[in-house]
Design a protein around this ligand. Structure first.
Ligand SMILES: *Cc1c(COP(=O)(O)O)cnc(C)c1O
Length: 359
């Protein structure tokens, strides 16, 4: 294989155990959108189901159908938009729709397909959800014909930050959500299940207690950035490792060009190795000529030149023993994906979900 993606199921089990301990009475909803953050949605759904996880969240209908095929009993929440023309598929597969606002909820109701749904409330992130202060509309969403509303949830926009301003804003979002729930209950409405925390909501606001926590990134043993401070210091172990191999080694003289566009010109004689993975596999082209390094025989080796579609080059001049087909570690348990994400000037979630490995 030109590239190897390994899943460490013991690490997954470890993370799940840590998350359970922290979330106390809240149930875990495993977020497996974007091919389970690049880990392989089928593999992760199977492993999580074996670990007795029975609640899943995904972004799209197509993802929900993959989870349903592997787990007939799971509750599956689709967090994102689903086309009205697909409501029959939602119904037939017993999936749960998100009512992303009042306008959408009305369209769903008019379609006259009996579906399970949860109301999304916008408490301040202003992306999706009916506005928290449109009380009458939210109340009305519970009573729309053909919709079986089983819950109401919101999402925090900056729970990953411990800065004072952001903490104040997150607490305001939580307060808006709580107030809304209180009013609905006072109006004799059975609100159904409640949830507002994703990974950072759990780590930084561990004392909240809703029915569910929607956990993505920390399930995979990672934070979004290696530089994030969090309130709850839980031990996390990365689940995914990515390896490629050296497929060619050559000596180049000073003033030689490496890779596309002459973007790297050698200053001295060098030994350069070609690695069989590229940007089409999800190794960001923005890593070209960056500080990005890979591990070869336990030694760090720097990228040289532009990352190409299917391969890239690294400097192995300093390695005394390097051979054709040696392993090239892009990230693993110890040499984490934090480095690669930082060099690509993005977050781990982006690096992971961009993976599109062609073995
Ligand atoms: C992606 C997503 C999550 C999971 O977020 P993590 O930070 O990875 O835990 C939770 N809720 C919603 C609405 C999401 O879109």
């Amino acid at each position: 294989m030109r590239v190897r993606k390994d899943i460490n199921s013991a690490n997954l089990e470890h993370n799940l155990k840590m998350i359970k301990k922290l979330s106390k009475n809240s149930e875990i909803m495993a977020v497996v959108k974007a091919d389970a953050y690049g880990h392989n949605i089928k593999k992760m759904t199977t492993l999580l189901s074996q670990l007795n996880v029975n609640h899943f969240a995904v972004a799209t209908l197509s993802e929900a159908l993959i989870v349903r095929q592997l787990n007939k009993n799971a509750s599956i929440l689709i967090l994102g938009y689903v086309d009205i023309s697909d409501l029959n598929i939602v119904k037939e597969n017993d999936l749960c729709l998100t009512l992303i606002d009042y306008e959408y909820a009305k369209m769903v109701s008019v379609a006259q397909v009996v579906v399970k749904a949860q109301i999304k409330v916008n408490t301040g992130m202003n992306r999706a959800g009916e506005n928290f202060d449109n009380y009458d509309k939210i109340k009305c969403m519970y009573n729309l014909p053909f919709i079986n509303t089983i819950g109401i949830y919101s999402h925090l926009g900056a729970s990953d930050s411990l800065k004072e301003d952001d903490t104040i804003y997150t607490k305001l979002q939580i307060e808006r959500y709580d107030n809304l729930l209180r009013c609905l209950k006072a109006d004799q409405i059975d609100v159904g299940i409640t949830h507002i925390q994703a990974s950072y909501g759990l780590l930084n606001y561990p004392n909240l207690s809703y029915d569910f926590v929607r956990i993505g990134i920390i399930l995979y043993g990672l934070l979004s950035s290696g530089e994030h401070e969090v309130l709850s210091k839980v031990s996390l172990k990365p689940v995914l490792s990515l390896k490629s191999k050296i497929v060619s080694i050559k000596e180049i003289k000073a003033n030689a060009r490496v890779s596309y566009s002459n973007s790297f010109i050698s200053k001295r004689t060098m030994k350069v190795a070609t690695v069989s993975i590229g940007y089409a596999d999800g190794i960001s082209r923005s890593l070209s000529n960056s500080n990005f390094q890979v591990l070869i025989n336990d030694k760090l080796c720097s990228v040289v030149g532009n990352i190409c579609m299917d391969q890239f080059c690294v400097d192995v001049s300093h390695l005394s023993n390097v051979s054709l087909f040696d392993d090239v570690i892009l990230f693993d348990d110890n040499y984490t994906i934090y480095h690669m994400s930082k060099c690509a000037q993005t977050i781990v979630n982006d690096t992971l979900s961009s993976l599109n490995i062609r073995e």
